[in-house]
Design a protein. Structure first.
Lengths: 333, 237
């Protein structure tokens, strides 16, 4: 029987919500594929048997919970701290499907597991489904640079597949079965060979609101400093966050912490682009291309920003943002 | 890190029709910054795989890389990530660098897999999504380490990592200004056959076909009121 494996990332003593969502996606796929679903849980060596965690993962759809106890588990979740454990699980189980949440850790770990398994890698996958006519392939869409979307139909029998799924894209599953527990031994590194020497600093990120915002308003370079103010007011009136494109950042409109682009995953429900025009980096896949409803407020209709949006309003971007802000404030009053 | 200084390798895309991406530019800038800012100096070598026109290689040379290695493979853009990573890993093995840098995401495929794949193939540790890189002060106890700053889960976290190491660099954030300097060398070409001879079993696996997905045409609204009404209908406001 084929195996499917989900990387479970912890937040404190609980699975991250995004990992439970990934588990839900994998449950759906594993059921259709007739695969056994393993929830892989890297953990420290002194943690004992985490009964509450096992229960939660059982209810989340796992057939088996793989306990991966390792001394390397000190530090933030990443390949450096969890990789050896997950590699041991993959080497033992040879899964045909691996799913991870597209968190920082998931984006760090999943591509390396894909390479190890010689698997196809589909990041930030959406619309995951089983091809009804084939029964062993998944239909997956993924965003590409420039705001495009591509569909791929990999056959899991021919080649394993590693997916990451955007947080907030799927609901967790609720199951009644009790998962079995499978401890897997993790080979330890020789003393002194750990790649992570220390976590030397951990400070609050003043621009962290962008990473979790449900509403993002993104200003492009063309809005200028005057337009930036009205864009910020629009963001405030929507209860959202102001972000800028890399080009706007380079133009000095905002500090780099406010910039969006490749390598910074955001997953808003509503993403409004103002004066982004044809800045392709701002239309990149990690800027909510698949999970958000995108609105373009642009000076011209013939821009990539408009073409790749769901809604658009064309006009003077300063006037448009002010009109929208006034209308929203009017409603609020 | 040996007496001749820090040896940094930067992986860049090699397709002639593509400009060097934001993440790759940032990786190259950080590599130059680390080496030039270090008393012991060092070298920055770029490695690219692509067609013979070598646009990315030439660009890397222009912005100050000490050496520019280009693997000539006209089919590179049609290949799966793995054979490309295997070619890059072969050159990395030849160079034996202290630090390998690459972009977090390419400006076309945006998979974010090449860096971790090269690390896996060469048995290197890796860190992704760096927004800042710094060499620890010499007075610090750990030699041959690199401080890597990541933006993750509401925090700016600095990890002190042991070299050798592969780091993928985010294209956003305060990458150092590219240091203007004259080209220091010529493009060193490696024929594909030379590397594949070193990797028995290398197969030019093509990338799995992908289709452009259907998408709804954009809804152009006449005015702000119509837009807001539509967003309310979708329960987005």
């Amino acid at each position: 029987m084929a195996h499917a494996l989900v990387y479970i990332e912890l937040s404190g003593q609980r699975p991250r919500e995004a990992s439970l969502e990934a588990l839900g996606v994998a449950r759906r796929l594993a059921t259709r594929l007739g695969a056994t679903l393993y929830a892989a849980l890297p953990m420290g060596p002194t943690a004992g048997t985490p009964e509450a965690l096992i229960d939660e993962l059982s209810h989340g759809g796992a057939d088996r919970v793989v306990l991966l106890s390792t001394a390397q588990h000190n530090g933030p979740p990443s390949w450096v701290t969890c990789g050896a454990a997950l590699a041991a699980a993959c080497d033992r189980l040879l899964p045909r499907l691996v799913v991870a949440a597209a968190t920082h850790a998931g984006r760090d770990i999943a591509p390396r597991l894909a390479t190890r398994l010689k698997a196809l890698y589909v990041p930030e996958a959406a619309l995951v489904e089983i091809d009804r006519n084939v029964g062993r392939a998944v239909g997956v869409e993924r965003p590409t640079a420039g705001g495009g979307v591509r569909r791929v139909h990999p056959d899991l029998v021919v080649r394993p597949v590693v997916l990451t799924v955007a947080p907030g894209s799927y609901a967790p599953t609720v199951a009644d079965d009790e998962a079995e527990v499978l401890p897997i031994a993790v080979p330890e590194r020789p003393s002194g060979a750990a790649p992570l020497v220390a976590e030397v600093q951990d400070t609050a990120d003043p621009d962290a609101g962008i990473d979790t915002a449900q509403v993002l308003v993104v200003a492009g370079a063309s809005v200028g400093s005057a337009g930036l103010q009205s864009t910020a007011e629009l963001a405030m009136s929507l209860g959202g966050e102001l972000a800028v494109t890399a080009a706007a950042c380079e133009a000095g409109l905002a500090p780099s912490g406010r910039a969006l682009g490749p390598g910074r995953p955001v997953h808003p429900r509503l993403l409004i682009r103002c004066g982004v025009d044809d800045e392709t980096a701002a239309l990149a896949p990690t800027s909510g291309a698949l999970t958000a409803t995108v609105v373009a407020l642009e000076g011209r209709a013939e821009t990539a920003s408009v073409r790749l949006a769901g809604h658009a309003l064309v006009g003077d971007t300063g006037e448009v943002t002010q009109t929208l802000t006034s209308a929203l404030r009017g409603v609020a009053r | 890190v040996n007496a001749s200084g820090l040896r940094v390798v930067v992986l860049v895309r090699g397709a002639a029709e593509l400009p060097i991406g934001a993440c790759e530019s940032s990786a190259l800038a950080w590599g130059l910054n680390l080496v030039r800012g270090r008393a012991a100096g060092g070298t920055v070598t770029t490695i690219s795989v692509g067609d013979a026109e070598e646009a990315a290689a030439a660009r890397a040379l222009a912005v100050g890389a000490d050496r520019v290695i280009h693997v000539v493979d006209v089919a590179a853009r049609t290949l799966d990530y793995r054979p490309v990573a295997e070619l890059l890993a072969s050159v990395v093995r030849r160079e034996q660098p202290d630090l390998v840098l690459c972009g977090e995401r390419s400006s076309d495929e945006a998979l974010g897999i090449i860096g971790p794949a090269v690390a896996e193939l060469e048995g290197l540790s890796h860190v992704t999504g760096a927004v800042d890189l710094a060499l620890p002060d010499a007075a610090d106890a750990v030699p041959d380490a690199l401080d890597v700053t990541q933006r993750r889960d509401g925090h700016l976290t600095v990890l002190r990592m042991r070299l050798p190491l592969l780091v993928t660099v985010s294209g956003i954030g305060a990458s150092p200004a590219t240091l203007a300097s004259a080209p220091r060398g010529a493009i060193e070409r490696i024929a594909l056959a030379t590397l594949t001879a070193e990797r028995p079993g290398w197969v030019a696996t093509p990338a799995i076909p992908e289709l452009a997905a259907d998408r709804q045409p954009v809804l152009l609204h006449a005015d702000a009121a119509a837009l807001l009404a539509s967003l309310r209908d979708e329960r987005l406001l």
